[in-house]
Design a protein around this ligand. Structure first.
Ligand code: WQD
Length: 338
């Protein structure tokens, strides 16, 4: 019994490979290296002490996908592969719909042909849009998304629910991530953004290591305790372990099920900056700048459904996230580039 992990060389994918192997699963990894490095996979093998099949393949490549299912007995797919930059999606919507939505449709078709009808999908809290109040519940309405990237996540969720209605043999688990940060405790793998980081934590760590002069804090006039944006930061290792539990669940059930993967706690931008400085003994200079269009003041999860149904709960603290991020960044100043 093997689990195919698409996008397995990426930030969350590589951490999930390690936890899946540790849980006793056999894995097969697919990646097109668009936003990932082969070095990440080498380090996954080093850290896990295991080898496994890898295919350099695009999820839109039907023949390439068929080859994977012909050569391996795949019982479920954990589907990470996709473009994920919010700003870029506004500039290149067709690329995002073709890759994320078109690619997922192709993947599902090949899966069904091969008799593999179980998928754990990498969705996002972004599908909750701007108007739902935090803490966010899985039953809240979705779809009022403000960018093409988030809309691809919403559309794929709807496609997968429709597939389950059309064929009750399908088992689909939709995982809505909040804000994944941190790194494996070894410091050997971590978040490796291309170019200027869009997200807060990789930007903080690049300022701390001297790669960027200062952090721009996007607004301090929100209706939050210190005026800066509040988010539900979740350690990427906790997130990866959530995928193990979701796979266990998908293999025992049918139909579509949604779960928030978050801590249920909110942390502000300035709280994260101060915690990072304190636990690592480094300085993170910042300047307050105008709000970033599309940002909301507060977003955090109600994680009780995953705790009750998947028997999964986050264990790591914001301090762990800051410490582990810094270890990765300081040991790998240029990410996976040598
Ligand atoms: C967090 C907070 C910013 C950068 C995004 C995607 C979402 C998901 C997670 C994939 C906000 C502030 C940020 C900076 C700042 N990704 N910030 N200066 O926007 O909550 O969510 O990543 O699924 O889809 O939208 O994360 O890290 O960009 O921002 O002040 O340089 O940090 O305003 O309050 P976000 P983020």
């Amino acid at each position: 019994m093997a689990i195919l992990i698409t996008g397995g060389c990426g930030f969350i994918g590589s951490h999930t490979c390690i936890e899946m192997l540790a849980a006793g699963y056999d894995i097969v990894v697919l990646d097109n290296y668009y936003n990932a490095s082969p070095i990440a996979l080498q380090r996954v093998k080093e850290l896990s002490g295991r080898d496994f099949p890898f295919y350099e393949c695009d999820i839109r490549d039907e023949a390439g996908l068929r080859k994977i299912f012909a050569e391996n007995k795949i019982d479920a797919v954990i589907h990470f592969a996709g473009l994920k930059a919010v700003g870029e999606s506004v500039q290149k919507p067709l690329e995002y719909y073709d890759n994320n939505v078109g690619g997922t449709v192709t993947l599902c078709r090949v899966m069904a042909e091969a008799g593999c009808k179980r998928m754990i999908f990498s969705s996002s809290a972004t599908v909750y849009g701007m108007s739902n109040p935090s803490p966010l519940l899985e039953t809240y309405h979705t779809g009022e998304v403000t960018n093409p990237y988030g809309r691809t996540k919403y559309i794929i969720e709807e496609i997968l629910k429709d597939v389950c209605v059309s064929d009750p043999a399908w088992s689909v688990v939709l995982l809505r991530y909040f804000n994944p940060i941190g790194a494996h405790e070894s410091g050997r793998i971590g978040e490796n953004p291309n170019g200027i980081p869009n997200n807060l934590m990789p930007y903080i760590s690049q300022v701390a290591i001297g790669k960027r002069p200062f952090l721009s804090v996007f607004g301090d006039d929100y209706d939050t305790p210190d005026g800066t944006g509040v988010r539900d930061y979740i350690h990427v290792v906790d997130l990866a372990k959530g995928h193990v539990r979701a796979t266990d669940f998908a293999l025992k059930n049918t139909g579509a099920e949604v779960f928030n993967l978050g801590t249920g706690k909110g942390t502000s931008v300035l709280e994260l900056v101060k915690t990072f400085e304190r636990v690592n003994g480094v300085a993170v200079p910042y300047k307050v700048t105008p709000r970033r269009p599309g940002d909301i003041a507060t977003c955090y999860s109600d994680p009780h459904k995953a705790e009750a149904v998947l028997q999964w709960k986050t264990e790591k603290t914001v301090e762990d996230m800051c410490r582990d991020t810094w270890r990765w960044q300081s040991q790998n100043p240029n990410g996976f580039e040598e």
